[in-house]
Design a protein. Structure first.
Length: 288
């Protein structure tokens, strides 16, 4: 596990260039202002954004950030575990009071595929400090390897009470992740599935994306290879219904497969141009 301990990124006030009517969508790109122009942030070195300028990726010292809405997430999934969020307080000079002015975020990230140029954006909204964006570079997530991130953000004013949202990006595109509110992620996945079968005449169901099953910790010492077969009903929107383990070489493999499959999304079967419900058996192999 890798962690960035003791590094304190700066915070930049959020600059909204556009206001969007209706519910705020979850998928975005991050843009940064430099010299009166806005540039796509496609990576980060610590707190320094790396932006696309013509044919080059260069670091800049931005005057502000903004999250801009885009139609889709990138179809990759990151599991976020062991999340810890807190604030710390400092005493005033005369010792008569305290205020919370440091924001701490700790978590473990894991993906089933290699994701390069990962960075985190935390949007913190509070009554006292207003809206603030925190940027922190994560680097590369290797398949199946947990990467820990520890962020401490000093604030120039007290934070007070508020709320935060976490956005994860790879190469500038926001990815799906387990901290997304259920309703937002469901609507986003429905749109992504619909766009991919829009002009399809006939096709069988196909895995779209979701987290890889976690190898059962209790079987690691035995170093067993195994298999589980999960029966699922795939709805017309690609969602998984009624997953059931038909058989498994060990019950722990079946449980691990079931936990993952519940979070999967498929491209549904298409018949005569219309998505239809279908039932399939999904084989899942396990090895360390």
């Amino acid at each position: 596990m890798n962690a960035a301990h003791g590094l304190r990124p700066f915070a930049l006030s959020l600059v909204f260039l556009q206001l969007f009517a209706g519910p705020v969508a979850a998928q975005h790109v991050l843009v940064a202002e430099d010299g009166g122009k806005m540039f796509l942030v496609c990576g980060a070195n610590g707190t320094t954004p790396l932006v696309q300028m013509e044919d080059k990726v260069v670091p800049i010292t931005p005057h502000g950030f903004a999250l801009r809405e885009v139609p889709e997430f990138a179809p990759f999934y990151v599991t976020v575990r062991n999340v810890s969020v807190r604030t710390t307080s400092n005493s005033t000079r005369n010792g008569e009071g305290q205020f919370n002015n440091d924001f701490h975020f700790n978590a473990d990230f894991e993906s089933d595929r290699r994701l390069a140029d990962m960075f985190v954006v935390i949007a913190l909204e509070s009554e006292q400090a207003g809206m603030t964006l925190f940027l922190w570079g994560v680097g590369t997530l290797e398949p199946g390897r947990t990467k820990g991130v520890s962020i401490v953000v000093p604030m120039s004013t007290p934070i007070g009470s508020g709320r935060y949202t976490v956005h994860l990006f790879s190469g500038g595109a926001e990815v799906m992740q387990s901290m997304l509110p259920f309703g937002e992620s469901e609507m986003a996945m429905n749109r992504m599935v619909a766009s991919r079968i829009k002009d399809v005449k006939d096709a069988g169901p196909k895995f779209f994306f979701g987290p890889a099953p976690v190898y059962p910790p209790e079987l690691k010492k035995a170093n067993l290879k195994g298999q589980a077969i999960v029966s699922v009903r795939i709805g017309a929107n690609g969602e998984v219904y009624d997953p059931l383990v038909k058989r498994a070489t060990d019950p722990a493999f079946g449980d691990a497969a079931l936990r993952a499959v519940r979070l999967w999304r498929f491209l549904p079967r298409v018949r005569d141009g219309y998505p239809v419900e279908t039932k399939v058996d999904v084989p899942i192999l396990f090895s360390q």
